[in-house]
Design a binder for this molecule. Structure first.
Ligand code: GLU
Length: 473
């Protein structure tokens, strides 16, 4: 059975890149009938925050990417928060020490830093060797550490050889000998370094596939070396290309909203966001663009993960949101619109006049791109528009007749309203276009909007008559 994971560090919001990684891992796990695991990589104590963890969990749930195992739901291979697994890492680090594959380093961070600078100034890559790092391990230093209650850091002795990765997405990736030097696996405060904790956890959690951004490739070589040192089989890796902004530069804040939280706030539907994310580096075999999560699971395969960088196009996200909104059932469309209707209405009002509100949303459905536009789109149904328009005498005469026709309607529906329009226009020289355009402006204060017949139907007799009357004086 396949087991995939999403392993975010709770150091910020859930950004497009992370969300896409989560989605690809989720899709493959679901497609294969496997398990999807959430692991919180909170070993960067200074930058990790509980609030970010909660935010990540909320954002993932909002997207509908539910996990089978994780810190909140538990599971066979827990705990799923790295800060709760420190003993495990220490045990495995000790194993490497015992086998001569890792060693203790009694150096202060400043000393490591000056070593690095020295190597760089000599024109060498900053790769440490065991010999360099163990030179700090003097009896005095050991004594000093002991007296101060300090612990040595633990470094991995990186074998100097070539590594080859058979990547699901990139194909064969060769890491030449000497790409990396020895590296820390446990800090002197007992906290593991990401590359180490990640390997131990992926192994113990029986992760079979790791799909992540290709910014991790330089970590992957270290991870492969660790798997080998332990004699463990590596999971299958798939490194997807980075996401670029429309200007082909690395996606960043400059490109506008890039976190799931922001998308939510701006009125994007989770269905649209996951759909959009999926197509950042994956494509449907038949080129389908608008898909539900179920359809994506159905069609997903690792073979279709693209090698080229994906371009983040906010216009496409907007379009997708409009499409998904249009595809919602009437009930669901009203439900997601509700928060935006509350500017002019109340929960109770919506509940009591559900049919009217459903029709209201139906009337504007085709015009919504971001849900945050809803208050503007519905405003004139609730607030009388201010508009200064001079109607010609002919138009005024027709509208006077229209008021009578409208007052006489018993059965208020689109047909009877249309008939009232026709009756009012009968025998007049006013062109249909002028009749409709002026009426739209009088009723809505705008030159465009939903179908006029829907506007009239929804506004109801009283409001229509009042709004028209104002312009007849
Ligand atoms: N915690 C790492 C990150 O957020 C996980 C990388 C990985 O998937 O291995 O980048």
């Amino acid at each position: 059975m396949v087991r995939l994971r999403f392993a975010p560090s709770p150091t910020g919001y859930l950004h497009v890149g992370g969300a896409r990684t989560a989605l690809f891992n989720f899709l493959y796990a679901k497609k294969m009938g496997g398990k999807f695991v959430l692991r919180i990589e909170d070993t960067d104590v200074e930058r990790s925050e509980k609030e970010f963890e909660e935010g990540l969990i909320k954002a993932l749930k909002w997207l509908g990417l539910n996990w089978d195992e994780g810190p909140d739901v538990g599971g066979e291979f827990g705990p799923y928060r790295q800060s709760e697994r420190l003993d495990i890492y220490r045990k495995y680090a000790q194993k490497l020490i015992d086998e001569g594959k890792a060693y203790e380093v009694y150096a202060y961070p400043e000393e490591i830093e000056s070593l690095r600078e020295k190597l760089l100034s000599e024109g060498k890559p900053p790769h440490y060797t065991r010999e360099m790092l163990e030179s700090f391990t003097t009896p005095e230093r050991k004594k000093e550490y002991e007296e101060k209650g300090l612990k040595p850091a633990i470094y991995f002795s990186m074998p100097r050889k070539e590594y080859v990765l058979n990547d699901i997405v990139k194909g064969e990736v060769v890491f030449k000998e000497g790409t990396v030097g020895d590296f820390a696996i446990i800090r002197s405060n007992g906290i593991p370094i990401y590359n180490f904790a990640c390997v131990i956890d992926d192994y113990l959690m029986k992760i079979t596939h790791v799909i992540r951004g290709d910014d991790h490739l330089s970590n992957t070589v270290k991870q492969i070396a660790l798997y080998e040192a332990f004699g463990w089989e590596t999971p299958q890796f798939g490194h997807v290309s980075m996401i670029l902004g429309p200007d082909a530069k690395k996606l960043s804040k400059r490109h506008g909203a890039t976190s799931v939280e922001e998308f939510k706030e701006r009125g994007y539907l989770p269905e649209a966001v996951v759909n959009f994310l999926a197509l950042l580096g994956w494509s449907h075999p038949e080129g389908k663009e608008i898909m539900s999560l179920e359809e994506m699971i159905d069609a997903f395969s690792l073979e279709r993960l693209g090698k080229n960088p994906a371009i983040f196009d906010p216009k496409k996200l907007k379009w997708m949101n409009a499409e998904h909104f249009r595809n919602l059932s009437d009930e669901k469309a009203l439900e997601v619109s509700k928060p935006y209707l509350l500017k002019y209405s109340t929960e109770k009002d919506i509940e009591n006049n559900k049919e009217w509100f459903i029709n209201l949303i139906k009337a504007i459905k085709d015009r919504v791109e971001e849900l945050t536009e809803i208050p503007y789109l519905v405003e004139f149904f609730f607030v009388e528009p201010e508009c200064k328009i001079e109607l010609s005498q002919e138009v005024k005469d027709v509208y006077k007749k229209l008021i009578i026709e409208i007052s006489n309607i018993d059965d208020w529906n689109e047909k009877t309203i249309y008939q009232a329009f026709k009756n009012a226009m009968k025998g007049s020289k006013v062109k249909g276009k002028d009749f409709y355009m002026n009426l739209r402006i009088v009723l809505t204060g705008r030159e465009e909007g939903p179908e006029l017949i829907d506007v009239v139907y929804l506004l109801g007799k009283e409001k229509i008559i009042n709004r028209i009357k104002k312009h007849l004086g």
